[in-house]
Ligand binder design. Structure first.
Ligand SMILES: [Zn+2]
Length: 164
């Protein structure tokens, strides 16, 4: 069978999960936006699940692995790192290879807090960082399983990349 020459399009997917911190002073950061001043997520960096899932989708689309391959969580220089900056560095890596991001789509699964009032701000923050439209949705886990018990938060992302 004759192989079909693929267009310069690649799709990538990303997943991230972080436990909810028991430190009431740790801020919850999603897509670079401080959503609440307490009950943030535990992680070596700022634990921004939106940026991490999106970074994985962008890198994965062109076979560059995931964010952990480029920014390991045992790197002391990345402690408390701003994940928006890590995301922009991932975008730079794919852009250096000639790839442009067409769009991305992100779903955040969280029992608490209600994110509906923040989605527009999160979306514009990440859209600005990756220079492409990003839709951000929130989904309730309906109190099912550990995410439903508010023990953690999940983000899923897809990104479409184009190379002229
Ligand atoms: Zn993460």
């Amino acid at each position: 069978m004759e192989s079909i020459s693929p267009p310069g399009l690649r799709i990538g997917s990303g997943f991230d999960i972080h436990p909810v911190s028991t430190d009431p002073t740790r801020p919850l950061i999603l897509g670079g936006v401080e959503v609440s001043s307490g009950c943030g997520l535990l992680g070596h960096s700022d634990a921004d699940v939106v940026c991490h899932a999106l970074s994985d989708a962008v890198l994965g689309a062109v076979g560059l692995g995931g964010i952990g391959d480029h920014f390991p969580d045992d790197d002391p220089s990345l402690e408390g790192a701003n994940s928006l900056i890590l995301l922009s560095r991932c975008v730079q890596m794919v852009s250096d290879l000639g790839w442009h991001i067409v769009n991305a789509d992100v779903t955040v699964v969280a029992q608490k807090p209600r994110l509906s009032g923040f989605l527009r701000e999160i979306s514009s923050s990440v859209s600005l960082t990756i220079s492409a439209p990003v839709s951000v949705k929130a989904k309730s886990p309906e109190r099912v399983g550990p995410i439903g018990e508010n023990l953690g938060m999940i983000a899923l992302a897809s990104a479409l990349l184009w190379q002229p």
